[in-house]
Write a protein that binds this ligand. Structure first.
Ligand code: DGJ
Length: 767
């Protein structure tokens, strides 16, 4: 039993955590403990003591208890106007025209599973238990159900709130968060993923001082601020210390606030962003907030991440692809943009197949007059000039190559220059009295209209059911503008989720990859439908270390689209080694985003070997227990993933110092007493990159920049030294002293030529 209730105390326990609260004498819910798992027992040591109040306190009921002040209590929910001045989870205009509200305990019940939500996606509740605590406003028949679904094995508590208007008047909801929780201050740092286009998910760390840090978005989940947030306690590291994680199963406007109050309590509230939000709730109506998910670990940031990874894999991602390795895909976007024909696509697919790709994805540009990004969006008629045999013909030919076929859509937007817009200008989101603002030359379709939803569902399902499509990329390339209010945006999200449910619910075999100008919509709401999300339009692996590394705090590797592209990279002009591009993308839903013909013949050979290697480590990289390993050097990033008897380690140097010290490679999480074989994956050294060193140091004697060198560079390679050891888990855990890297004094065939942007990949196998 993961939920126990006795004497007004609610004890929620998971394998490694406990979440306890109780009702106070006045009926408020006092938060007692959320953290490490506690044995059942008394709560006296956990109860907030309040014999005296602060001088300026507003007392809740001075006669009944002169020391009871809501501002000073750790609470599970709070209201307005009764003496709690912290960030509130609720702002309601009640039938008397006032915002003062006071929710107190009414009743509770426990249900098996997770009660079904009616408008929004949620985690799958099989095997879980849900506690529903009902609160009632003291003045009006307005009820608030606080739901707690306990995922014992995953160490996650899913929380949400449902407001029921049983009064006789209309309520105006200005703010209704999914949860609120107050924790004792432990010197927290707030960690969020913030950024922008092509630099998504940068880890931002801000110490929480008195006052609030607000992580929010005003245009869906967006590049700027991901909905996830972590609280890292003083001194916690990747592997040790208390860390809390919070996320929302919602991709609309979101807000999570962390506030440290003057009395040393930290309040976290999260849910729909109250920005421009006004929702009328008529008598008899109900409003449900998005589901929020909370986890805590005493095993540091990795512990928190691993809890979320397991939870997302098991409880959020669904359909046939929940545990299936992602196919190695080749996407034609960076190879072609809008310029292609059926034959050129088939040539690209064939080249991809030769390298070992399993899925060919046709990106933007296959429909209507879509030869630039200014036209055609909204139309679903295939462009017969480009694809004379249609999608069906192309799909069949791709299948005949022994590959699956995937297709790009951008269903939520429309170009003015499209048949759809000409026929239905009223379907776009505009304000009648204002000139509309465009994003990437397009307007958004109004998904609150049933006719728009039907149009998208009918057109997409027709294509999906008549062509051999195994994968869909669902793109969304603009932020919102010209909207009515926040309630409209929430209704848009409800419409959007309905469309996804209707299209993909009956087609679980289709692998869906979400995308929004890169990783602009990386959230758990989307992951309930899309099993993976394109992490960023930035495919430079050095940037991806930050992006994928940031995402890994809250999302599993299997959900992050990651591709090998050409260097110098289209986004940064950085020139990175092919091996590094491979090694970083290996920790993702892997693919290629290039035309293999643009690679040197030797690179094609190398990539073919690497893709074949990848098939032997893919399950570990995508579904293994993932950790970020502390290297003590900000310019060395190390990731590892472990499953069964295999561990894969990636170590990347972003900037090397002169006279590099020998690397110390630690592999964490192994059984100290078992014996393992460590093998480094061979990484190629292309001779062209060494300039005049060829003359002085390397064994290959070729004149720099000569014709001979250029010819050799295309076809010949050396291999960097590859290490191998047999050692105990204890030895690997304490650190393998690797061979020296190049320091300018000579060459040995037992050293590494590890410059800036170089990566190493190790496969460790238990005996
Ligand atoms: C933005 C995406 O992030 C790209 O991968 C590509 O699909 C383009 N849109 C196509 O327009």
């Amino acid at each position: 039993m993961s939920i126990q209730v006795s004497d007004g105390v609610f004890r929620l326990d998971t394998a490694e955590s406990s979440y306890w609260f109780r009702t106070t004498a006045f009926g408020h819910l006092e938060q007692l403990h959320y953290g490490t798992r506690l044995p059942a027992g008394e709560i006296e040591s956990l109860r907030h003591k309040h014999e005296l109040t602060h001088g300026s306190a507003v007392l809740y009921d001075e006669q009944a208890d002169p020391s009871y002040c809501l501002e000073e209590l750790p609470l599970e929910w709070s209201g307005v106007g009764k003496g709690d001045f912290r960030v509130t989870p609720i702002e309601l205009k009640l039938p008397d025209g006032s915002f003062t509200c006071d929710f107190v305990y009414d009743s509770y019940r426990i249900e098996t599973g997770a009660p079904k939500m009616h408008t929004l996606p949620q985690s799958t509740g099989e095997g879980a238990e849900t506690l529903i605590v009902t609160l009632r406003d003291k003045a009006f028949a307005v009820y608030l159900d606080l739901l707690y679904t306990v995922y014992a094995e995953e160490n996650v508590i899913a929380r949400r709130a449902v407001l029921r208007n049983e009064s006789e008047g209309t309520l105006l909801i200005k703010k209704l968060m999914s949860y609120s929780i107050d924790l004792p201050d432990r010197g927290y740092t707030v960690v969020t993923l913030s950024g922008g286009w092509i630099r998504e998910a940068q880890v931002i760390e801000r110490p929480l001082k008195t006052g609030a840090i607000v992580n929010e978005s005003t245009s869906f989940s967006q590049h700027r601020n991901n909905p996830a947030l972590a609280l890292v306690s003083r001194g916690a590291t990747e592997d040790t210390g208390l860390v809390y994680g919070f996320n929302l199963v919602y991709g609309g406007n979101h807000q999570t606030a962390a506030e440290l109050s003057p009395v040393g309590l930290v309040r976290i509230t999260g849910g729909i962003n109250p920005y421009c939000f006004l929702w009328e709730l008529q008598p008899g109506e109900v409003f449900e907030t998005p589901e929020a998910v909370l986890t805590v670990s005493t095993r540091g940031k990795n512990g928190m991440s691993q809890n979320f990874h397991r939870f997302v894999q098991k409880r959020i991602v669904r359909g046939d692809w929940q545990t299936k390795e992602r196919p190695i895909l080749i996407n034609n976007w960076e190879a072609n943009f809008f310029q292609f024909r059926q034959n050129s696509l088939l040539r690209l697919a064939k080249r991809g197949k030769r390298l070992g790709c399993e899925l060919f994805v046709l990106d933007d540009g296959w429909f209507g007059a879509r030869n630039t990004d200014s036209a055609g969006l909204g139309d679903y008629t295939v462009n017969r000039k480009k694809l004379p045999e249609g999608l069906e013909g192309l799909g069949k030919k791709v299948n005949a190559l022994g590959m699956q076929f995937g297709l790009w859509f951008e269903p939520e937007n429309v170009n003015d220059d499209s048949d759809l817009y000409r026929a239905h200008p009223d379907w776009a989101i505009v304000r009648p009295n204002r000139k509309p603002s465009l994003g990437r030359h397009q307007k958004m379709l109004n998904l609150t209209l049933p006719a728009v939803r039907d149009y998208i569902v009918e057109n997409m399902t027709h294509i999906l059911d008549t062509c051999p499509i195994a994968y869909v990329k669902w793109d969304m390339n603009r932020k919102v503008s010209d909207f009515e209010d926040g309630a409209f945006l929430h209704r848009y999200m409800i419409g959007y989720y309905e469309v996804l449910t209707r299209i993909f619910g009956p087609r679980p075999q289709i692998l869906l990859e979400g995308c929004a100008s890169g990783g602009g919509r990386f959230d758990l709401g989307h992951l309930c439908f899309a099993q993976q999300i394109w992490s960023s339009d930035d495919t430079d692996p050095i940037e991806r270390l930050k992006i994928q590394g940031g995402l890994s705090l809250f999302y599993p590797v299997s959900t992050m689209g990651a591709h090998v592209s050409m260097a110098p990279h289209q986004q940064t002009l950085r020139n990175t080694p092919l091996f590094t591009r491979f090694a970083v993308a290996a920790f993702g839903a892997f693919g290629l985003e290039l035309d293999p013909m643009d690679l040197k013949p030797i690179e094609r050979k190398v990539l073919t070997a690497l893709l074949s290697e990848y098939r032997t480590i893919r399950r570990t990289c995508q579904f293994g227990t993932f950790s970020r390993v502390e290297t003590g050097d900000p310019h060395i990033v190390q990731w590892q993933a472990q499953t069964g008897k295999q561990t894969v380690v990636m170590r990347c140097k972003t900037l090397v110092p002169a006279a590099q010290p020998n690397d110390l490679l630690t592999v964490t999480g192994l059984d100290p007493d078992k014996t393992y074989t460590l093998r480094q994956v061979k990484s190629p050294l292309l001779v062209g990159g060494f300039g005049t060193l060829l003359k002085h140091i390397l064994p290959v004697k070729l004149r720099a920049y000569s014709h001979l060198l250029l010819a050799a560079d295309k076809r010949l390679k050396m291999d960097d030294y590859a290490e191998s050891y047999r050692a105990s888990g204890a030895q690997l855990g304490t650190g393998v002293r690797l061979h020296r890297s190049f320091i300018g004094t000579g060459y040995s065939d037992k050293m590494h030529m590890q410059g800036d942007f170089s990566a190493m990949l190790f496969v460790i196998t238990e005996d």
